[in-house]
Design a protein around this ligand. Structure first.
Ligand code: ADP
Length: 440
């Protein structure tokens, strides 16, 4: 700082000395004129440098920093250093950005960055391909204007991004995408899209195969079962052995029919074209019926209780809910020894309607719990078979729950009992009274 003032004031000091000499030799007026002239020249020199700086600033990217002299030499030198540093950092940033772009282009998934209002800020080539975007025109557009499937709009509106959304024919026929939205930073969102067309095709083939085999098996099973029953009922069948064999055959046929029915039910639930037919379900009435059926299945061997602590009617499909709730009640009866207690409950947890079945049965040890909803997964095969199980019940319950955007929760302790709960979202809770008033 001191150096700056020393260099800035030095010429003025020299002018003053010279002016004093002029004063002594020629007089005061010429000395004043001389001093003013020198100061003017000094000012013009400064203005020239300032002009050069101004000229450079207008187009600083293209031009070199001007060479200065005197005081300005230092200033321009520092400016030059700053500009070089800035260029270097800029180059590094561009390289890092290019590197990132290359990496995201190589990703096997489409990636798009959206702002809080779902405008596209940036996307990689695969996202362009998946959503049929025109990079030049569609950047800045709202993604909901471009991807118009109602299920996509619903996915964004519900804001539950834990599970990916499967989107069929998103801007391209025959293309199936798995889409996931990941919120990050300051209200930004990362939209990840994955082409699962091939996987979906294999999955559809598997589903069709199971559905077709089950369907084809149904007729021969019914025929054979009919013959077994006819033979069994023949009055002149005296051979005990034959009667026992026919009894066993009848039981096994029955089991096979149940298996085929279970597989067909699962195929129907998995069918993407089979959308959920929603209606207002009077859960209290449904549960009273299911409790009666449970009592006849238990044949007086258990104490069954019904707790109706919620007045919610449910927006859902009555047949599917009957099947799911019925399965859980029948499981509780089948896996609870005689004398046990079963509590069927319809209540609310927070504002979410919950159906639960609590039993004092054999329970399940923790390592089995995550696998119970897999098809044909049974903790104890022989017990399941003895009690007429197929190993498909909980898989069916899980599917029905997910079709209702509900989740199945299992709490169990081996030897003490289990609680199976189906937790629905609060938006599915309807008031029956209001419905009735509207109907009136
Ligand atoms: P299953 O027809 O064999 O009952 P599920 O899919 O309904 O098939 O159930 C799968 C397995 O989960 C059963 O085999 C059983 O081991 C276990 N399970 C289901 N419900 C209960 C329960 N209430 N108590 C104990 N174990 C149960």
């Amino acid at each position: 700082m001191f150096d700056f003032w020393r260099r800035a004031l030095f010429p003025v000091f020299v002018f003053l000395i010279l002016s004093l000499l002029v004063w002594v030799t020629v007089g005061a007026l010429p000395a004043t004129l001389f001093f003013s002239m020198m100061m003017l020249i000094n000012l013009v020199l400064h203005l020239r440098q300032l002009k050069a700086l101004d000229f450079w600033l207008i187009d600083s990217d293209e031009r070199m920093v001007p060479d200065g002299s005197g005081l300005w030499e230092d200033v321009f030198m520092r400016l030059n250093r700053m500009v070089r540093q800035h260029h270097k950092e800029h180059k590094q940033r561009v390289a890092a950005l290019q590197h990132m772009e290359q990496a995201t282009s190589a990703l096997p998934e489409g990636v798009a960055i959206l702002d809080e209002a779902y405008h596209i800020e940036w996307c990689n080539p695969l996202a362009v391909q998946h959503f049929g975007l025109d990079y030049k025109h569609d950047i800045g557009q709202q993604i909901t204007y471009l991807v118009r499937q109602p299920e996509f709009a619903k996915y964004l509106a519900v804001r539950d991004f834990n599970e990916p959304l499967v989107l069929y024919g998103a801007r391209q026929d025959g293309l199936t995408l798995s889409i996931k939205l990941i919120p990050y930073g300051d209200n930004k969102r990362l939209l990840i899209s994955r082409d699962i067309t091939h996987l979906e095709r294999i999955e559809t083939m598997r589903r069709d195969f199971v559905a077709n085999v089950s369907h084809e098996l149904r007729t021969p099973l019914t025929v054979v079962n009919g013959f077994v029953e006819t033979l069994h009922d023949m009055p002149n069948l005296e051979n005990n052995m034959a009667r026992r064999a026919l009894n066993l055959m009848g039981e096994q046929m029955c089991r096979m029919e149940q298996l085929v029915d279970g597989l067909l039910t699962l195929s129907k639930l998995e069918d993407t074209l089979n959308a959920l037919q929603e209606e207002t379900v009077d859960v209290a009435r449904l549960l009273r019926t299911l409790l009666q059926e449970g009592q006849s299945l238990s044949a007086g061997n258990h104490t069954l209780q019904l707790e109706l602590a919620s007045s919610c009617a449910l927006l859902g499909n009555a047949d599917e809910l009957r099947s799911a709730f019925g399965n859980l009640i029948s499981n509780a009866i089948r896996y609870t020894p005689h004398g046990g207690e079963i509590l069927v409950s319809w209540h609310e947890k927070g504002d979410q309607p919950v159906f639960s079945v609590q039993d004092s049965g054999i329970g399940v040890s923790p390592q089995h719990i995550p696998r119970l909803t897999e098809r044909f997964y049974r903790v104890d095969r022989s017990r399941s078979r003895e009690t007429g199980g197929t190993g498909l019940g909980l898989a069916i319950v899980k599917h029905i729950a997910s079709r209702h955007q509900a989740r199945l929760e299992i709490a169990s302790e081996e030897g003490k009992g289990s609680t199976f709960s189906v937790i629905f979202s609060s938006s599915r809770c309807l008031s029956l009274q209001v419905e009735e008033t509207i109907a009136n």
